[in-house]
Design a protein around this ligand. Structure first.
Ligand SMILES: [Ca+2]
Length: 120
């Protein structure tokens, strides 16, 4: 994904799925290296780290609530003046509610390129 410098990017390609989790809450962690993250709506999820200004967010919720939170719009705002590459890492952990008792996690990585905009 690509966004101009100093411009927020809506990320709609995050999909969390864990066939084992059913309605049990999963822990979702989001992290970027060079910017801030925010969600449009957090109805139905419980924020563990609700302040995305440091580039990290985490929350727990059932599958349907997590889907709704991502559908409401995940925004990445590059750090002021930053241009270059960044990586959004999304980790989902079923917290060991099902299966063999051990927590299982899945990670999705989304590459982001922040493009420098020529100043007039
Ligand atoms: Ca944070």
């Amino acid at each position: 994904m690509t966004t101009p410098a100093n411009t927020a990017l809506k990320i709609s390609t995050v999909r969390i799925s864990d066939v084992n989790a059913s309605s049990n809450p999963m822990l979702v962690s989001l992290a970027v290296g060079h910017g801030a993250l925010s969600l449009g709506s957090i109805t139905g999820v419980v924020m563990v780290d609700g302040n995305g200004s440091d580039g990290m967010l985490s929350f727990t919720g059932a599958q349907s609530a997590i889907d709704a939170a991502f559908a409401s719009g995940l925004s990445f705002t590059p750090a002021s003046g930053y241009a270059g590459t960044d990586t959004l890492t999304v980790t989902a952990d079923d917290q060991g509610y099902t299966g063999d008792g051990a927590a299982h996690s899945a990670t999705q990585v989304i590459e982001i390129t922040v493009v420098r905009v020529p100043t007039p």
